[in-house]
Design a protein. Structure first.
Length: 115
């Protein structure tokens, strides 16, 4: 499975961004998740979604972030609303058969939120 994350950028606090994770290869029945790593911090789980659409969120992101997927496009999205400076990080997507998945990783996309 190959993953390509995109959609990051520089935004002001309060803005929204939608990240995309395009998957190729053996994607059937895989779960996809989003993780992030801020400078000087460990990578943390954000959200994940199964092939059938079951979702899971880290508690700190519930209500602000929404994960979704379009299996016809092999793409998973992370809609991020009300962004805060603390959301500044490199966001990675991961895929696999476990849930949350951690077997295959994309290259990451930088999200910078100015305060």
């Amino acid at each position: 499975v190959q993953l390509q994350a995109s959609g990051g950028g520089l935004v002001q606090a309060g803005a929204s961004l939608r990240l995309s994770c395009a998957a190729s290869g053996r994607t059937f029945l895989t779960s996809v998740g989003w993780f992030r790593q801020a400078p000087g911090k460990e990578r943390e789980f954000v959200a994940a979604i199964t092939w059938s659409g079951v979702t899971s969120y880290a508690s700190s992101f519930k209500g602000r972030f929404t994960i979704s997927r379009d299996n016809t496009k092999n793409t998973v999205y992370l809609q991020m609303n009300s962004l805060k400076h603390e959301d500044t990080a490199v966001y990675y997507c991961a895929a696999g058969t476990r849930f949350p998945p951690d077997e295959y990783w994309g290259q990451g996309t930088q999200v910078t939120v100015s305060s």
